[in-house]
Write a protein that binds this ligand. Structure first.
Ligand SMILES: Cc1cc2nc3c(=O)[nH]c(=O)nc-3n(C[C@H](O)[C@H](O)[C@H](O)COP(=O)(O)O)c2cc1C
Length: 358
């Protein structure tokens, strides 16, 4: 039986255990220059000391128009490399594998940052319309992802993660819900996956065989079978590690097993693990707040690694509570809107409780 403390090696990178920190943007940490700040460094240092095996640094924009807002971390310029070296060093000093998530908002672009562009013309959140990218724009965008990956490598990261879910650009290409193209980037699953798959191939070419390439991919958008076909294309292109989350729109409720101690989003990773077992490591995520949930998933071989977002925002030492019997932790309060989220400067009540406890 696999245990949470067991290591796992992914493309030569040794994760000392089965717990990973999910990418979680710190909305009020960056400046308009997109550079790493002291706040980022301190935040990730605490989490690197907290015991997880891998940290995936938050969604980082590959071009300024692909940012969530005017203050958002980026890797579109060589000047942005330096600050990341400190984040990576703190991870490596604590025997933590460090990767960084690369993203573009696409159709969901913040109008303050740029035009809403994507695979097709669709209605945007603010009632406007996106513009379908030309083939030339697609190639330039892919090159921006690759250039950001090269900068990540220069900063010392062990690898990158493409943000391929949650309705952002790579997801927009992958799903039938927003991709209506009739060229080689639309239609079949192979064609819809092409945008992301070509990025993976080029990163592999530029960053080498030992660079860890992961994608956070859609688990069922519009359905599980299609999402698995998409992921197969990413794997064929050289992806080493699949982290699974949700895409755009409803998830088929039949994918949920109510007898299991995890959510429907988490179950997507479990379904992927069943499919990719023994070939590609798969992680699951969502609403895992109890050490026993992490142990249940790993000990029952339901995923290779468990990805934690809010649990480690609330308490960086949560992984220790999973790994060491009897260790206490401050549980995420599950605020209706996470207080690390985009609309308020963060004031996470669990984090405040932990700091008050001394
Ligand atoms: C404040 C905050 C920021 C987030 N930022 C990102 C991000 O940068 N990239 C991403 O893929 N998901 C992001 N997410 C989603 C989380 O990675 C995770 O999938 C989600 O919170 C569910 O996991 P959890 O219940 O363990 O928090 C964010 C979530 C929160 C609460």
């Amino acid at each position: 039986m696999t245990r949470v403390n067991d290591e796992i090696v992914i493309n030569g990178k040794r994760l000392k255990n089965r717990i990973t920190m999910a990418p979680t943007v710190k909305f009020d940490f960056a400046g308009e220059d997109g550079k790493v700040t002291e706040k980022h460094i301190a935040h990730y240092k605490e989490r690197a000391e907290g015991g997880c095996g891998l940290i995936c640094v938050e969604a980082t924009a590959v071009t300024p128009d692909g940012r969530f807002g005017k203050i958002h971390m980026g890797l579109w310029d060589d000047d942005q490399i330096e600050g990341h070296k400190e984040i990576v060093k703190n991870c490596h000093d604590n025997d933590v594998v460090a990767i960084i998530q690369l993203n573009h908002t696409g159709i969901t672009a913040n109008p303050e940052c740029g035009e809403a562009i994507g695979p097709s013309e669709v209605e945007t959140r603010n009632g406007g319309k996106s513009r379908a990218m030309t083939t030339d724009e697609i190639h330039k965008m892919q090159a921006a992802f690759v250039a950001a990956a090269i900068r990540a490598k220069k900063a010392g990261y062990d690898g990158i993660q493409l943000h391929g879910c949650h309705g952002y650009l790579i997801n927009q290409f992958a799903t039938k819900r927003t991709n209506f193209r009739t060229d080689e980037y639309g239609g079949s699953a192979e064609n819809r996956a092409r945008f992301g798959a070509e990025i993976i191939r080029d990163i592999r070419k530029e960053c080498g065989d030992d660079f860890l390439i992961s994608i956070r991919t859609i688990g069922a958008d519009p359905d599980l079978d299609d999402a698995i076909e998409i992921a197969e294309e990413y794997v064929k292109a050289g992806c080493d590690y699949l982290q699974v989350s949700h895409g755009i729109g409803e998830i088929d409720p039949a994918l949920q097993d109510d007898s299991k101690p995890y959510t429907i989003i988490c179950s997507l990773g479990v379904h992927f693990h069943e499919h990719f077992k023994g070939r590609v490591p798969v992680s699951c995520v969502n609403s895992i707040f109890e050490p026993d949930q992490v142990k249940y998933i790993i000990e029952n071989d339901l995923a290779d690694t468990v990805d934690l977002g809010r649990a480690v925002l609330a308490d960086p030492d949560f992984p220790k509570a999973v790994l060491e019997e009897g260790k206490s932790y401050v549980r995420c309060f599950e605020c209706a809107r996470c207080q690390y989220g985009p609309f308020t400067p963060h004031k996470c009540p669990a984090e405040m409780k932990r700091k008050n406890n001394g």
